[in-house]
Design a protein around this ligand. Structure first.
Ligand SMILES: *[C@@H]1O[C@H](CO)[C@@H](O)[C@H](O)[C@H]1NC(C)=O
Ligand SMILES: *[C@@H]1O[C@H](CO)[C@@H](O)[C@H](O)[C@H]1NC(C)=O
Ligand SMILES: *[C@@H]1O[C@H](CO)[C@@H](O)[C@H](O)[C@H]1NC(C)=O
Ligand SMILES: *[C@@H]1O[C@H](CO)[C@@H](O)[C@H](O)[C@H]1NC(C)=O
Ligand SMILES: *[C@@H]1O[C@H](CO)[C@@H](O)[C@H](O)[C@H]1NC(C)=O
Ligand SMILES: *[C@@H]1O[C@H](CO)[C@@H](O)[C@H](O)[C@H]1NC(C)=O
Ligand SMILES: *[C@@H]1O[C@H](CO)[C@@H](O)[C@H](O)[C@H]1NC(C)=O
Length: 439
């Protein structure tokens, strides 16, 4: 029941008429909700239901520029409407308010050093904090449900001030000094994007699924990323991380890419299916890759310029690849023993020694359907083959760009271009797929 309701909410179905009967968590003072017929859209899977007193409902954004504007709200235990705090305040606090059925934004308050709203348990839309250049103290000790966290450019903030957010659909945290994401513990999210937080040495999350994108990038050089409970994510992108620990992942519905990272090994041994591209590029410390349960890859397969990677192995069960294969670098061993179908082209170029016979014979059998076939290795090795079925077969370009760009233009059943990918995943809106599957 709770899950279905979450899906309805995700799909943007208004909860307006059904809120009272579908109410999920009761709070002591809950009476009827709402007194106003115009319930805000919510992406939350659960909300409190505190009645909104008259005088606590705003149709236009309430803009607070001095503390007394916020003091005026302290007689409201719930507010319906959007609140914006901006201007010259040095400190700001919201007392007594438990729920905001709307958004709370604190923006461009360049003198603000602290913000507190310790009674607040729920914000149905987003909590946006942005351009708060000296904000160093944040206190949101009761917050447990928030539609979205959107924190950008908080260059003095080292601690989140959160204690137990368990329900949050979307997380975007960029350009802060946060040292940890403690206190932010949702189990199910649509998106998780944490980037350019230079003090963030590790991310440990209990998130179980990410229905859109999981992205961690450029948070200093040594971010250890650990999502112990993650079972699936629609797509995953990592740039500049130092370790990746996703022991429970089985499915990447769309694409996964690991770029410019200091990771030494990639253990994705539980992953059986990747719906889109797999890209592993420019990881200078990478020595081993384990995708030993992966049987099908819906998009392109790109392993390029990982200078310490001695071989392309660890893909022993991989049978079909829906896009192009682009393998480039200085590796001595490349073997894909189960591979039977490549819908795109094949381009292996190494300065090391690779036996091209396996791929050559796959190509001769028609297993490589794209126009391009290149297998080029150091001459000491047995064969080095270049041929192209058409004169102007598309160049392999710079790896992933080619494979992923084309894999998103799904639908064509013949792969006339080298890197074309046949990928049904993006055709089906993910939310409607979920709804159809579960309702
Ligand atoms: C930010 O606030 C300053 C004054 O406090 C103002 O001059 C500036 O225009 C504001 N910037 C934006 C983007 O609102
Ligand atoms: C990993 O998955 C297994 C089996 O589904 C489960 O028993 C275990 O609790 C999961 N681990 C974590 C940390 O969630
Ligand atoms: C390959 O890696 C080297 C060393 O990290 C880097 O300088 C170079 O730009 C990379 N090449 C490509 C094509 O990304
Ligand atoms: C190449 O990889 C295969 C498969 O993992 C392995 O069995 C073989 O020993 C490797 N060869 C070399 C020369 O490393
Ligand atoms: C095959 O083509 C690659 C570039 O696509 C080139 O670097 C290599 O020298 C060619 N090898 C042979 C044997 O023609
Ligand atoms: C995630 O996957 C979808 C296809 O399901 C794609 O359209 C989208 O661009 C991807 N997003 C990212 C950030 O890779
Ligand atoms: C992704 O795959 C998992 C496991 O097969 C499935 O449960 C989930 O519904 C899929 N998610 C999306 C967004 O397609």
């Amino acid at each position: 029941m709770q899950f279905k309701l979450a899906l309805l909410a995700l799909a943007g179905v208004a909860l307006a008429d059904t809120t009272s009967s579908l109410r999920l968590s009761d709070s002591p003072e809950s009476t009827t909700f709402p007194c106003n017929t115009n319930t805000p859209d919510s992406t939350l899977t659960s909300t409190t239901s505190i009645s909104v007193a008259s005088g606590c409902s705003f149709s236009k954004t309430l803009t607070a520029t001095v503390q007394s504007d916020l003091d005026d709200l302290s007689s409201c235990s719930a507010i319906e409407g959007d609140i914006l705090i901006t201007g010259d305040l040095a400190t700001a606090s919201i007392a007594n308010v438990k729920a905001i059925y709307g958004s709370l934004t604190v923006f461009n308050a360049s003198s603000l050093t602290s913000f507190a709203a310790d009674s607040l348990t729920t914000i149905t839309k987003q909590l946006e904090l942005s351009q708060l250049t000296i904000l160093d103290t944040l206190s949101l000790g009761s917050l447990d449900s928030v539609g979205a966290i959107n924190w950008v450019t908080l260059p003095a903030l080292t601690s989140s001030g959160l204690h137990g957010v368990t329900d949050c659909q979307s997380i975007y945290i960029s350009d802060t000094q946060l040292e940890s994401l403690d206190g932010l513990n949702p189990l199910v999210v649509e998106s998780f994007n944490v980037n350019n937080n230079k003090n963030l040495g590790s991310i440990n999350s209990e998130i179980q699924s990410v229905s859109n994108a999981l992205s961690v990038s450029y948070n200093g050089d040594d971010t250890d990323v650990s999502f112990d409970s993650l079972k699936w994510a629609n797509n995953i992108t990592f740039y500049s991380v130092s370790s990746i620990n996703l022991p429970n992942i089985t499915t990447v519905n769309s694409s996964i890419g690991i770029f410019e990272s200091n990771v030494e090994d990639l253990d994705f041994s539980g992953v059986t299916k990747i719906g889109g591209d797999l890209s592993i590029e420019n990881n200078d410390e990478l020595t081993s890759v384990d995708f030993s349960s992966l049987t099908s890859l819906g998009g392109g397969f790109v392993v390029v310029n990982n200078s310490k990677l001695a071989g392309i192995d660890g893909f022993d069960e991989l049978k079909s690849i829906g896009g192009a294969v682009i393998l480039k670098g200085d590796f001595d061993n490349a073997t894909l023993p189960s591979l039977s179908t490549v819908r795109g082209g094949f381009d292996l170029e190494t300065t090391g020694k690779v036996d091209c016979d396996e791929f050559e014979s796959l190509s001769k059998k028609g297993g490589i359907q794209g126009d391009k076939f290149v297998c080029s290795a150091a001459t000491e090795s047995s064969s080095s083959v270049n041929h192209s079925k058409t004169a102007d077969s598309s160049s392999s370009g710079s790896g992933s760009a080619t494979a992923s760009d084309e894999s998103t233009s799904a639908g064509s059943s013949s792969s006339s271009k080298g890197a074309a990918a046949i990928n049904g995943v993006s055709v089906f809106g993910t939310l409607s797929a979920l709804l159809l599957a579960l309702l």
